[in-house]
Design a protein around this ligand. Structure first.
Ligand SMILES: *[C@@H]1O[C@H](CO)[C@@H](O)[C@H](O)[C@H]1NC(C)=O
Ligand SMILES: *[C@@H]1O[C@H](CO)[C@@H](O)[C@H](O)[C@H]1NC(C)=O
Ligand SMILES: *[C@@H]1O[C@H](CO)[C@@H](O)[C@H](O)[C@H]1NC(C)=O
Ligand SMILES: *[C@@H]1O[C@H](CO)[C@@H](O)[C@H](O)[C@H]1NC(C)=O
Ligand SMILES: *[C@@H]1O[C@H](CO)[C@@H](O)[C@H](O)[C@H]1NC(C)=O
Ligand SMILES: *[C@@H]1O[C@H](CO)[C@@H](O)[C@H](O)[C@H]1NC(C)=O
Ligand SMILES: *[C@@H]1O[C@H](CO)[C@@H](O)[C@H](O)[C@H]1NC(C)=O
Ligand SMILES: *[C@@H]1O[C@H](CO)[C@@H](O)[C@H](O)[C@H]1NC(C)=O
Ligand SMILES: *[C@@H]1O[C@H](CO)[C@@H](O)[C@H](O)[C@H]1NC(C)=O
Ligand SMILES: *[C@@H]1O[C@H](CO)[C@@H](O)[C@H](O)[C@H]1NC(C)=O
Length: 817
């Protein structure tokens, strides 16, 4: 704005001295006026000298023409009588004339002193008077004052434009403007240098323009520097930058290990500075630039967003990162073995699920090239044939978030031995079940059934397989094969079942026993599969178990013995049935049991019956066998006769007094009522067969003293005869094979035959009989047939004289009145 053009004064001069005027050139033309022009600059308030020729002229006049006018006004003249300063000169500062010259000195130049000064000088020279015109063009320059900066906007937003003006009160132009920027860091740069324009136009302001601005204004006189002015560029926030510590970047974003402390730092350039807000999965979690998570957990996985806001501009920017928290899977890997490829190979499976990222797994022993390594779930195929029994495989699992290596192991082994087959039937033999098992291996063996022709039956199963068939006789004689395959064996193992209907046999289909003894029926079961048991039915077709005391069953592997206890000739004779049924058939065989009675024991005669004293309390009884015959004992009965009658009466009840050994021939009955009258009889017994009772006799009173000797001798002879008879019998029986004729003579041929069938030695018969005694029957004899108490004569029975036949002695005892 300080822009002034000086050129107006020439116009007035041109008017005065037009013909002579040539600007800046001194023309020497004698007789002519000489014109001289100079230009001088002065500074306001300071001094200046305006010269009028080198020497003092004789006459001179200074004139002043104000710019913009054409009138010349005299300010000083000197016609030889000293300079005369005009009043007008007062407006032009402290104006003095320098002595001995025509030059003017002006102190404290005012601005109004600017103009054209004309010095008309006349020199009186020898060649005549000479006239000079000296034109002095004086410019009064104003120094620049201290500038100041005016900004159109001291806080511009980035991208807008700002105009800065370097304001200046005074100063002569042209003025040069230099713009300086001192950055925040103190660095000084010259932004622009503009000549004669005090404005600085900054289009598209950016943050780099922020700083202290100064403008320096300068002109011909001086230069001045403004105070600094702060330009604050408003911007941002920029796209935030997020720093995660500890730093770990994966393809899925940032990662951190569980329980670490993780710090998220958000930075977004902005003026004024950003306000930060943190979001986790879109919900605000923290305000501030640095979000720190102490002991980060797996649940902290997710999206973290930093929102930066410029509250002044109300602008915001956002950045989101994904943070994954790594953690190892729980527990340890799980190993398993499965059979594959038709049970020829093993699949080793190792699984360790749950961690992030996936855990690394590795099978050892490691075989390169197979699927021995991998993540989370790996399956390695192990050739069954290449695997030894009891091989152990280990799977190791490692995870980035754990220092520990976790492992599991698995062992494979073959089942022991060979598969085992068996068949059995359901209740009532409805179904037939073929069972096959080959247990104990790992992994389990595969088991399936096939018919003998090789067709598979049913399905294949692990470890054990049961084939269920409807029972049918068509399976009898058929074979079924169980196949079992384990990966560790190359070949398939087998076991074979042959189904067979039961076959029953018996050693004897007819059994003959004497009554009272036990009969044992034997039945043998052969070729019986599936195994079944023998069932016995008695002669009434009753199941023997329904009559438990009567029958005793003894079982062994193949046979069953049915013991019929205490056989009775009337009830136990008949067909007994031995029966067996399995799922493929049944069998039943009859066994005939014949229970024979023992022969009747011989008739007995009472040979003596007498009171042994006059007190009539004791009776001596003696008897004898009427014929030869087997017997196992005797019993004595008596009747008490009613007093007035004193006669034997068949209707009176018989009271059994005693059972006696078979070898007894005498007995003393004691403690009788001396006043009662009695009748006695004796009966022989052979096992269960009772003989005919003897004749009934009543005791007689004792005879005279002479009698006992005679009777004793007679009885003694009879006893010896009886003993000899018995010994003879026994001998014959024991030696029947050596002496069959004699045997047959005594016992008869049929008897002998039946004994052969029974095949029991007599000793055993008696032993068996002895075993029965305990059933509450009054004991007849505690000893076997061959009595031990009996004194054996040294002579063998064969030595007996042939004439010594048993003698029948009949003694008639008369009762004395
Ligand atoms: C500028 O010039 C004017 C007139 O000449 C004067 O009045 C004023 O004081 C000057 N200002 C400065 C700062 O010198
Ligand atoms: C400064 O720039 C603006 C916009 O670019 C323009 O309008 C203006 O005329 C410029 N001023 C000067 C003095 O160049
Ligand atoms: C600011 O200056 C820096 C360094 O001089 C430069 O890299 C950056 O691009 C500049 N910014 C702008 C917006 O011009
Ligand atoms: C956060 O988001 C991630 C990814 O979508 C998700 O897995 C996680 O469960 C979320 N967390 C919560 C607490 O919602
Ligand atoms: C599996 O094994 C059985 C018996 O060894 C054989 O019959 C069958 O063909 C095999 N199947 C395959 C798919 O190899
Ligand atoms: C592991 O992989 C096998 C096949 O390779 C698959 O049969 C099994 O189900 C997988 N186990 C799990 C737990 O995913
Ligand atoms: C394999 O090992 C198991 C377990 O020790 C054992 O029971 C089995 O008999 C072995 N089989 C063979 C064929 O050695
Ligand atoms: C069953 O009978 C058989 C043949 O008679 C015999 O060999 C076996 O000893 C008997 N068993 C018993 C326990 O008596
Ligand atoms: C045995 O006695 C009965 C009558 O008591 C008689 O009938 C039978 O003939 C006698 N037997 C012998 C062999 O004397
Ligand atoms: C008596 O029994 C024996 C064997 O105990 C026998 O050998 C004999 O023949 C029998 N006597 C008669 C007459 O039955």
């Amino acid at each position: 704005m300080v822009h002034r053009v000086l050129g107006v004064p020439y116009i007035c001069l041109t008017v005065l001295f037009l013909p002579l005027f040539l600007q800046g050139v001194e023309i020497l033309d004698p007789g002519q006026v000489v014109y001289s022009e100079t230009r001088t600059n002065g500074v306001v308030g300071r001094g200046v000298i305006l010269e009028c020729g080198p020497t003092l002229p004789d006459v001179y006049i200074w004139g002043f023409t104000k710019p913009g006018t054409d009138t010349i006004r005299a300010i000083v003249y000197n016609f030889g009588k000293g300079p005369k300063i005009q009043k007008l000169a007062n407006d032009l500062g402290d104006l003095t004339v320098i002595s001995n010259s025509a030059s003017l000195s002006i102190e404290k130049l005012p601005l109004a002193a600017e103009g054209v000064y004309t010095c008309q000088a006349l020199y009186d020279t020898l060649e005549g008077a000479k006239l000079y015109y000296y034109y002095v063009f004086l410019r009064v320059l104003v120094p620049v004052t201290k500038p100041y900066i005016v900004m159109s906007d001291s806080s511009p937003v980035e991208g807008t434009s700002v105009t800065m003006r370097c304001g200046l009160e005074n100063g002569t132009g042209p003025i040069n403007y230099i713009w300086e920027l001192e950055s925040r860091e103190g660095q000084l740069t010259t932004v622009a240098e503009i000549y004669d324009d005090n404005r600085l136009n900054v289009t598209d302001v950016n943050r780099n323009y922020t700083g202290w601005y100064r403008c320096i204004a300068s002109n011909q006189v001086n230069q001045q520097r403004s105070d600094r002015v702060w330009l604050d560029t408003i911007f941002g926030p920029d796209q935030p930058q997020i720093d995660v510590t500890p730093y770990s970047v994966t393809e899925r974003g940032y990662s951190a290990l569980e329980r670490e402390t993780v710090s998220l730092l958000c930075q977004a350039s902005s003026n004024p500075p950003s306000q930060y807000v943190w979001f986790y999965n879109n919900s605000q979690v923290y305000a501030g630039p640095q979000y720190t998570i102490n002991r980060i957990l797996r649940m902290h996985t997710g999206h973290y967003a930093c929102l930066a806001q410029n509250t002044y501009l109300n602008t915001r920017s956002r950045k989101t990162i994904t943070l994954t928290v790594y953690y190892p899977p729980d527990g340890a890997p799980i190993c398993s073995i499965l059979p594959v490829n038709n049970h020829t190979d093993l699949a080793l499976q190792c699984t360790w699920e749950g961690g992030i990222p996936a855990a690394s797994l590795r099978w050892t022993p490691y075989v390169f090239g197979e699927e021995s390594e991998g993540l989370t779930n790996i399956t390695k195929i192990q050739k069954g044939q290449d695997t030894a029994n009891n091989s152990i495989f280990i799977c190791q699992g490692s995870h980035i978030a754990s220092n520990e290596i976790k492992s599991c192991s698995v062992r494979t082994w073959m089942p022991y031995g060979d598969p085992k087959c068996s068949a059995y039937a359901t209740r009532n033999n409805e179904y037939l079940m073929l069972s096959c098992s080959w247990e104990g291996g790992f992994p389990r063996a595969l088991v399936w059934w096939a018919s003998s022709s090789g067709d598979m039956q049913g399905t294949s199963e692990e470890n054990a397989n049961i084939l269920v068939l409807r029972s049918s006789a068509t399976y009898s004689g058929k074979a079924f094969v169980c196949h079992a395959k384990h990966p560790l064996t190359k070949e398939t193992k087998e076991c074979v079942l042959k189904l067979e209907a039961p076959v029953l046999v018996t050693q004897r289909s007819v059994m003959t026993v004497y009554e009272g003894s036990d009969a044992q029926l034997t039945c043998i079961l052969s070729r019986n599969y599936p195994v079944t048991e023998i069932t016995w039915y008695n002669n009434l077709k009753q199941h023997v178990n329904e009559v438990p005391k009567k029958y005793v069953l003894e079982r062994a592997a193949a046979w069953t013995n049915l013991t019929v206890r205490e056989t009775d000739s009337s009830t136990d004779t008949g067909h007994y049935w031995c029966s067996a049924t399995n799922a493929v058939g049944g069998a039943e065989i009859p066994i005939m049991l014949m229970v024979k009675r023992y022969p009747m024991p011989p008739n007995i005669s009472i040979s003596k019956i007498i009171y042994n004293s006059r007190q009539r309390t004791d009776v001596d009884l003696e008897w004898k066998l009427q014929t030869e015959g087997n017997l196992t004992g005797f019993f004595i009965e008596h009747q008490m006769l009613p007093e007035p009658v004193k006669k034997r009466n068949g209707d009176l009840p018989w009271q059994k007094l005693v059972d006696l050994e078979p070898d007894s021939r005498s007995y003393q009955v004691n403690k009788l009522d001396p006043f009662g009258s009695y009748a006695f009889r004796i009966t022989a017994i052979n096992h269960r067969t009772f003989g005919n009772p003897s004749e009934i006799k009543s005791p007689a009173d004792p005879p005279f003293n002479a009698y006992p000797a005679v009777i004793g001798a007679a009885i003694g002879g009879m006893i010896i005869a009886t003993i000899i008879t018995i010994l003879l019998f026994m001998y014959v029986v024991r030696n029947r094979n050596n002496n069959p004729r004699l045997h047959d003579l005594i016992f008869g041929r049929q008897n002998s035959q039946s004994r052969e069938n029974i095949n029991f030695p007599e000793d055993e018969v008696s032993g068996t009989a002895e075993g029965e005694r305990g059933t509450g029957q009054p004991s007849q004899s505690a000893s076997p047939v061959a009595p031990m108490a009996l004194p054996r004569p040294s002579a063998t029975p064969t030595n007996l004289p042939p004439g010594e036949e048993p003698v029948n002695v009949t003694i008639t005892v008369m009762a004395s009145s």
